[in-house]
Design a protein around this ligand. Structure first.
Ligand code: R5P
Length: 291
């Protein structure tokens, strides 16, 4: 037994159990009641002791899951001065800077909330950008899931694979992913309309795509717009099979359907957000980062 108690928030109970097993720690679940007006009421199903690890992902409903995370954290703080908060998926991380005048940098506020609730350290799996981390005034650490995701592809029989990032911002992720597999990588040029959110691929013809199986790698898939446009582009370049791989598969609305329609063979993601595609377990890397 370690001196940790792991508290599994309602959005991450399964993952939290796995972390607790790896840490050989006590596990406590939470009861969630949602009142008719939409308020969340959290009850801890036991008393934590020692250092506390709160695990709660901030995926939709984002605001509710954030509030639940803050509620659990503040309750945990009454038992211990060392409360580590693990955010497998950190919603609001894309709001890390002002893109248009007047926009609120919401991640800055979320970072302040976490500190005020009693978090002494925060761990986030594949946060959207390191800029987001700079808004925290308590220690905030990113945990990369790239190797865990890449391991999944190592077992597959792919034809002359090429790792592709749908945008230049993701080139380092693609590089690390490709390095682990010992294959080539490249990044497309993507443009997003800041008002409509629509995505266009600006890249022209790409050499070295024809006939090769592609692993499209991104930190997250939300509406699927980025992956759809990238897959369509690669298919026009006569690529082989296209796989979409990301850490956080939000898959909002018809995202999955649209991605498959665009020619993607399979979507593979991590269990930071539980779902049909989340086959890659991040509990080993979280347990390792904590200790
Ligand atoms: C953007 O910079 C991110 O890395 C993802 O590419 C983006 O957030 C995915 O969103 P969507 O699936 O809506 O295109």
């Amino acid at each position: 037994m370690t001196d940790f108690t792991v508290i599994g928030g309602p959005s991450s109970e399964q993952l939290a159990r796995k972390i607790a097993t790896r840490l050989k720690s006590k596990f406590i679940g939470c009861e969630l009641r949602i009142f008719p007006d939409g308020e969340s009421k959290i009850t801890l199903k036991g008393n934590p002791s020692g250092k506390i690890l709160v695990v709660q992902s901030i995926y939709p409903p984002v605001d509710s899951n954030l509030l639940r995370c803050l509620a659990i954290t503040s309750q945990a703080r009454t038992f211990s001065s060392q409360v580590y908060v693990v955010l497998p998926y950190m919603g609001y991380a894309r709001q890390d800077r002002q893109f248009l005048p007047g926009e609120v940098i919401t991640i800055k506020l979320v970072a302040r909330f976490l500190k005020a609730a009693g978090a002494s350290k925060v761990f986030i799996v594949d946060i959207h950008s390191t800029t987001a981390l700079e808004h925290f005034t308590i220690p905030a650490k990113n945990i990369s899931a790239v190797e865990e995701l890449a391991k999944h592809f190592k077992k597959m029989a792919l034809h002359d694979p090429l790792v592709v990032s749908p945008d230049k911002g993701g080139v380092e992720r693609a590089r690390n992913f490709a390095k682990f597999l010992g294959v080539d990588y490249t990044a497309l040029e993507k443009q997003r309309d800041r008002k409509t959110g629509n995505v266009t691929i600006k890249s022209k013809g790409l050499d070295g795509v024809k006939g090769r199986d592609i692993i499209l790698v991104d930190d997250m898939i939300s509406t699927g717009g980025s992956i759809v446009k990238a897959a369509e582009f690669l298919k026009k370049q006569k690529s082989g099979k296209v796989y979409a791989c990301c850490t956080h598969a939000l898959l909002i609305g018809d995202a999955e359907k649209n991605i498959i329609k665009a020619g993607v063979t399979k979507i593979i993601s991590a269990n930071t957000i539980p779902g049909k595609t989340s086959t890659v377990d991040v509990s080993p890397i979280i347990a390792k980062a904590i200790t």
